[in-house]
Design a protein around this ligand. Structure first.
Ligand code: BMA
Length: 313
């Protein structure tokens, strides 16, 4: 089988977009970039809402089928708390949820938008009703982080995206306690030149453990004369040692095509922060043009089969 034999790996849901600003129980500018988890047999999204000041907070939306009938909290579930966490002055954005197997609790990373740039912050919760903040864990400029669900050689691990003069690449870091992070190293570099993922890449949803390694969906940013285009690619990291990149797609596998992805506050953006897994089915929740939330589904087997045809690194 060659690349040409693969049709689209992700299928857009016919009811897209699944959540728009008009669905919210209160006034806001936009709803987008949601984290996702299965909680008590339901799909839970931790959605990013940008208010009309331009400041973002996080709110919980629950649905029985993960497509419709969303029950959205009547007020912000996780608002920024700059009095106690000054790094949240300009809002909290783009969460990624991981169920931590040995701790029996959900942890989520999020971007705290500080006066000195975006940084990575962490919080934990059992029920998405009460939360404990661990505070900022990685210095600016950093975002697009997610935890691995289990310890690797005794330590917790996190992917993140530190911005340097050489470009914005995906890094890994390790921690004994989820609070103190070190042993940073780059696992995947942005490409350069004309590539779709030149100069700036970042992790999209949380990494998923598969029999073939850690499945990574990442975004790449193409800067053009007409603005930016955010598209998605796949990678596989070694199961025992996720510092090792095994495979990486050459082509992007999902990009803005529909109107709700092409036109909005920021045109031409698909930006997933969460996916859920039910058997072989993956449900990917993504922000469309920084304005709405959409859903696309894929078969895990097909993604892994596709990756088997991608170059070894
Ligand atoms: C990125 C993040 C996302 C946003 C995207 C497109 O840098 O800030 O929150 O969706 O840009 O604007």
């Amino acid at each position: 089988m060659s690349h040409a034999d693969f049709k689209e790996l992700f299928t857009r849901h016919p009811q897209n977009p699944v959540i728009v600003t008009a669905d919210l129980p209160y006034q806001a500018n936009t709803v987008f970039n949601a984290a996702a988890a299965l909680v008590g047999g339901e799909t839970l999204l931790l959605i990013r809402i940008e208010d009309r000041r331009g400041i973002s907070h996080l709110t919980v939306a629950r649905s029985k089928d993960g497509v419709g009938g969303w029950r959205i909290d009547p007020q912000p579930t996780f608002p920024p708390d700059p009095d106690h966490y000054p790094e949240e002055l300009w809002g909290v954005e783009d969460p990624r949820i991981t169920w931590m197997e040995d701790l029996g609790e959900f942890y989520f990373t999020y971007t705290a938008y500080s006066q000195d740039g975006p940084l990575v912050a962490l919080a934990r919760t059992k029920d998405f009703r009460s939360f404990t903040r661990l505070g900022g864990v990685l210095l600016p400029e950093n975002k697009d982080a997610a935890l691995f669900p289990r310890r690797i050689n005794g330590r917790y691990a996190m992917l993140h995206r530190h911005v340097l003069h050489s470009g914005a690449h995906i890094w890994i870091a390790f921690s004994p306690d989820l609070k103190h992070w070190g042993d940073h190293q780059i696992v995947m570099r942005a490409r350069s030149g004309g590539w779709w993922d030149a100069n700036k890449i970042g992790l999209s949803p949380q990494p998923i453990h598969t029999p073939e390694g850690w499945l990574v969906l990442y975004h790449g940013v193409r800067v053009t004369g007409g603005g930016v285009i955010y598209r998605l690619g796949l990678a596989l990291l070694d199961a025992e040692d996720p510092r090792r990149l095994l495979r990486r797609s050459e082509e992007w596998i999902f990009g803005p095509m529909e109107n709700y992805e092409r036109q909005g506050d920021v045109d031409n953006v698909v930006f997933p922060c969460g996916w859920t897994q039910q058997g072989d089915q993956l449900r990917l929740y993504y922000g469309g043009a920084d304005t709405c939330i959409a859903l696309a589904t894929a078969s895990l087997k097909e993604l892994l089969e596709y990756l088997r045809h991608c170059p070894e690194k």
